[in-house]
Ligand binder design. Structure first.
Ligand code: ADP
Length: 228
């Protein structure tokens, strides 16, 4: 479903953020992307979201080369991908329901449909009953659950989580990772970029290790390893 082929990303003349990356990700996979700071994880996620373009090589998602997407096609393409961020990025002046409904509203999903989908999504992440709360009234773990609900409400084929447990304590981190696993079991491809060694080791999923922009290890049922 995702085919990355001889991918390079360079910034300016001398910063090579990604170097000859080759990676195939199948539908329904759960994949950790690990690597120390500066390894190229964020750059890879930005390329997958078509926020930036490769310097060389290609990324194909659902058989389409992202570099060939026209400007007006990009928002439609992105609807296939749900994003979960380390810093939640919730709208603090809107309640939980509206935070989850937001993208549906801007993409013109009918109100009746929104009234069905948002509660389903909130129930799935264990936030039934919190729909009227504002983000500030929730714990960090609950706020991250809202982000997950927002990421899946559009039923995307892929969910990408960028350091989703970076602001959470260990127990809550485990809960969020379990939730992402559950979403994966329901059929969504899940990609998690993280530093959380204990979680990566615990879940024993596929682990791709980046170091200095290169893919240095790709293991099924892997553990977190440092390249050095
Ligand atoms: P990670 O997410 O693994 O910490 P990044 O993808 O953010 O790594 O960064 C990889 C390398 O590319 C680093 O050397 C970083 O400084 C550089 N880099 C990332 N984005 C930019 C940018 N917009 N301009 C210049 N250099 C960048």
């Amino acid at each position: 479903m995702i085919e990355i082929s001889h991918l390079y990303k360079q910034f300016g003349n001398d910063i090579v953020a990604l170097k000859d990356l080759n990676l195939m990700i199948d539908r329904g996979e759960f994949l950790f992307i690990v690597g120390s700071s500066g390894a190229g994880k964020s750059t890879l996620l930005k390329l997958l979201l078509r926020e930036i373009l490769p310097t060389r090589g290609s990324i194909k998602i659902f058989g389409r080369d992202l570099a060939r997407l026209k400007g007006r096609q990009i928002p439609f393409f992105r609807r296939n991908i749900g994003m979960v961020f380390q810093d939640f990025r919730l709208l603090s002046d809107r309640n939980v329901f509206e935070n989850v409904a937001f993208t549906l509203r801007v993409t013109g999903v009918p109100t009746r449909e929104i009234a069905k989908r948002v509660p389903l999504s909130l129930e799935l992440v264990g936030l039934k009953g919190k729909a009227q709360k504002k983000p500030g009234e929730l714990s960090g773990g609950e706020q991250q659950r809202v982000c997950v609900a927002r990421a899946i409400v559009n039923r995307p084929a892929i969910v990408i989580a960028d350091e989703p447990t970076g602001n959470l304590d260990p127990d809550t981190s485990m809960d969020i990772m379990n939730l992402l696993q559950e979403i994966n079991v329901r059929g969504t491809t899940v990609i998690v970029a993280t530093h959380a060694k204990e979680l990566v080791d615990y879940f024993q999923k596929r682990v791709v290790v980046l170091d200095g922009g290169s893919l240095v290890s790709d293991q099924e049922r892997g553990v977190y390893i440092h390249a050095h």
